[in-house]
Write a protein that binds this ligand. Structure first.
Ligand code: NAP
Length: 212
């Protein structure tokens, strides 16, 4: 299968949470980690997030001039099976090209974005990866949220995983790094290798690969 190189990147708390209880955004990264993330964005061809992240956080997903001057913005991609993206979100601005990945069963809408249809109920990630490859996308950074990260990991569509662990604890039912159904049996646990680990700003950055 032809697909881009896939890098997952996320910031989590000491207890593995990526947002507050109820999903509200919290700043977990510090300035050094933001700089690393923007440098990574500037190196990849595309960045992908789920529709809930767009609705909750309204991210721009561009490269900030203050971190990387004169950078090229990667293509922005949203997984949105029902094509429910609000029209006024920042990801649909003209700062970079945007692709909405949806299903064959979703309705039709005029949006400031290219629409790719893959799958019937949920966006079929393998089909989408092939479509992105056909469009020249050779590297893709997945920025969340936890449902999307879970899908990429479960389908083994990941080459590298970067996790920044900020020195905060959130607790309770806040969303964790990997959502979805989780593993009930030991055989369903995803095993990783640590590729690198370093102290970065006030936190720790760990780079993993999924064990073959
Ligand atoms: N700390 C961090 O690094 C970080 C980064 C990003 C986000 N976040 C946080 O993550 C939270 C959102 O996470 P979330 O898990 O609720 O939502 P999400 O992962 O942003 O979006 C999930 C949604 O994407 C759609 N989708 C379509 N096809 C999919 C597929 N094949 N696999 C998975 N999802 C697919 C589904 O909605 P439809 O069925 O409607 O299409 C699904 O419910 C927010 O609170 C945000 O603040 C944190």
């Amino acid at each position: 299968m032809n697909r881009p190189k896939i890098i997952i990147n996320a910031a989590m708390s000491v207890d593995g949470k990526i947002a507050l209880v109820g999903g509200k955004r919290i700043k977990i990264s510090d300035e050094m980690d933001f700089k690393r993330v923007h440098e990574l964005r500037a190196r990849v061809d595309a960045i992908l997030v789920g529709i809930n992240t767009v609705i909750n956080d309204n991210p721009k997903l561009t490269v900030k001039e203050k971190y990387v001057p004169n950078a090229k913005n990667p293509v922005r991609i949203v997984l949105d099976s029902k094509l429910r993206i609000p029209e006024n979100v920042r990801i649909l601005n003209n700062a970079a090209k945007t692709i909405i990945a949806t299903t064959k069963t979703a309705g039709h809408r005029e949006l400031n974005a290219e629409i790719i249809r893959c799958g019937e109920k949920r966006v079929d990630l393998k089909c989408l990866m092939e479509e992105l490859f056909k469009r020249g996308i050779r590297s893709l950074m997945v920025e969340g949220g936890s449902t999307v990260i879970s899908s990429f990991l479960r389908e083994r569509l990941v080459d590298e995983l970067y996790v920044f662990i900020g020195p905060v604890i959130i607790g309770g039912t806040a969303p964790s790094l990997v959502g979805g159904n989780g593993a009930r049996e030991e055989k369903d646990v995803l095993r990783m290798n640590v590729l690198s680990c370093e102290r970065l700003g006030y936190g720790i950055l760990i780079q993993y690969e999924v064990k073959k």
